[in-house]
Design a protein around this ligand. Structure first.
Ligand code: 5GP
Length: 178
């Protein structure tokens, strides 16, 4: 499918499944290499990163744990920057190596807030693994160590990401047609 319609918007395919998978595997290899012996705790940010988390974790070969947090920050097609933690983490964070798994870093405000929140619980280090980054939109300084792909400043759906709740199921990534 090259174009899809979700509610009032049309989207056209911009990143194919096989290209996504290639970059996800590359990121997994980097994490395996860098964090061997550290027993990282992956903290996956729901809902958008569920597909990325699943594919990434299949290629992680070092001992690790996985937890999920749920935040809400995005309505329609513009970021508000306000986040709300809905589901917390039960695992011990103190002294651990944390890898936050995020679908997309846009302004970076969501990630900054999450790092601040986790930081109060005494982790040894926190790394970010983001499927996508929109470098032009970044408003805060973030060291995003693991990035699968950088994309332009357009609204996208698919591979876990939604438009008003729809579109998460597609294995490819689609960009909105203006
Ligand atoms: P930030 O706080 O970095 O501005 O926003 C991050 C969150 O906004 C992401 O986790 C994601 O939920 C949402 N977001 C940012 N850009 C897009 C986009 O192009 N498409 C979709 N579906 N969500 C986006």
């Amino acid at each position: 499918m090259d174009t899809i319609q979700i509610k009032d918007k049309q989207f056209t395919v911009s990143i194919r499944e096989q290209d996504i998978q290639k970059e996800v595997i590359r990121v997994a290899h980097e994490i395996n290499r860098d964090l061997a012996g550290k027993n990282p705790l992956f903290v996956s940010v729901l809902n958008g990163s569920f597909m990325f988390t699943s594919d990434l974790l299949k290629h992680i070969t070092i001992p690790c744990e996985l937890s999920f947090v749920k935040l809400a920050s995005y309505q329609g097609v513009s970021s508000t920057g306000a986040i709300k933690e809905v589901l917390g983490i039960n695992e011990e964070i103190s002294g651990r190596t944390i890898v936050i798994i995020e679908d997309i870093v846009d302004t970076g405000l969501t990630m900054q807030r999450l790092i601040e929140t986790l930081g109060t619980r005494g982790p040894e280090e926190i790394h970010i693994a983001s499927l996508l980054v929109k470098p032009e939109k970044l408003k805060v300084e973030l060291d995003i160590r693991y990035v699968a792909m950088e994309i332009p400043n357009d609204f996208i759906v698919g591979y876990g990401l939604d438009y008003d709740g729809f579109g998460r199921n597609y294995p490819d990534i689609y960009t909105v047609v203006d």
